[in-house]
Ligand binder design. Structure first.
Ligand code: R5P
Length: 299
């Protein structure tokens, strides 16, 4: 049985359609003080349950909804066989390591909360670092948006194209794209002096007169993108494309994208984009088929 939370109903409906399934009835509301109330309105005895909920903005709200739904399914007397959370965008993913004394490892905290709420398995997509999966003390599967992005990019003229990896962390994923598209990689070195600020220190590789695809896992404030674009423009590149899985697009991102000399920003629907963030230059690809396939083959 499939259920959807409120964070990304369009994706949940597409996954359900791919599987030729209906979404189960669940009543979700807020009390007047803001607390979340969930009531599962289906018999789920001995069924495998898939609950689809992204941890996107408003993060705390959507995370609590995920936890309360898992809790309602597992800790009331509904007796499902197994509860699997489909979390296309995992919340609090950036803090999968601490840098300074006194910080919280929020990736692990969220994983522990999911465990407490009753999760049996998580299926998520493109975590910030693959090794962070070790924090899940339950079954887990990480999916990748690469096949849908590659399929789309293959329709472009790739003869003069190079990939730019914006930082060390994006290198492994950029290499996979480079192999899949059969185009070379150029490396950028990013530095962050403070949170949400990105500075490109240098670019290593030939990009003069080349078209460029920048590959990353997410676009948040668009600081990384804007500074990479500035650095590669100065080195004489031609058309610039950007592709990533998660369109977080917080704070100044949309205003930055409007003025950034970039031809196209390719993202997926792991996060449901509100209407005011749907710029003409943003192309949204659906990952519903990838999730549907994972559910179909889930053992
Ligand atoms: C950082 O390590 C990530 O891979 C992304 O590059 C980063 O989250 C993008 O954030 P922003 O758009 O705020 O620069």
């Amino acid at each position: 049985m499939l259920f959807s939370g409120t964070s990304n109903e369009p994706l949940a409906r597409k996954i359900a359609a791919e599987l030729d399934h209906k979404l189960g009835r669940v009543f979700i509301k807020h009390f007047s003080d803001g607390e979340t109330y969930v009531n599962v309105q289906e018999a789920v005895d001995n069924q495998k349950i898939y609950f689809i909920q992204s941890g996107s903005f408003p993060t705390n709200e959507n995370l609590m909804e995920l936890l309360i739904m898992l809790h309602a399914l597992k800790k009331s007397n509904l007796h499902p066989k197994k509860v699997i959370a489909i979390v296309p965008f995992y919340p609090y993913r950036r803090m999968e390591k601490t840098v300074e004394l006194g910080e919280s490892l929020t990736f692990e905290l969220v994983a522990d909360l999911l465990k407490t709420a009753g999760i049996d398995k998580i299926i998520c997509m493109d975590l910030h670092k693959h090794r962070s999966k070790r924090f899940f003390k339950f079954q887990r599967r990480e999916l990748f948006a690469l096949p849908v992005i590659v399929e789309y990019l293959k329709k472009k003229d790739l003869t003069n194209m190079v990939i730019v990896a914006p930082d060390k962390g994006s290198m492994p994923e950029s290499k996979k794209y480079s192999r899949a598209l059969n185009i070379p990689i150029v490396k950028a070195y990013k530095k962050r002096n403070k949170h949400d600020e990105a500075i490109i220190k240098k670019i290593v590789g030939e990009i003069n007169n080349k078209d460029v695809i920048i590959i990353d896992d997410e676009i948040n404030t668009a600081g990384t993108l804007v500074s990479v674009v500035k650095a590669i423009k100065e080195k004489g590149c031609r058309d610039i494309y950007f592709a990533c899985t998660h369109a977080v697009l917080s704070g100044p991102a949309i205003e930055r994208l409007k003025t950034c000399p970039i031809k196209e920003v390719i993202v997926t629907d792991t996060i449901d984009l509100p209407i005011e963030k749907r710029l003409d230059k943003i192309k949204v690809l659906s990952v519903a088929k990838i999730f549907a396939e994972a559910i179909r083959n889930d053992r």
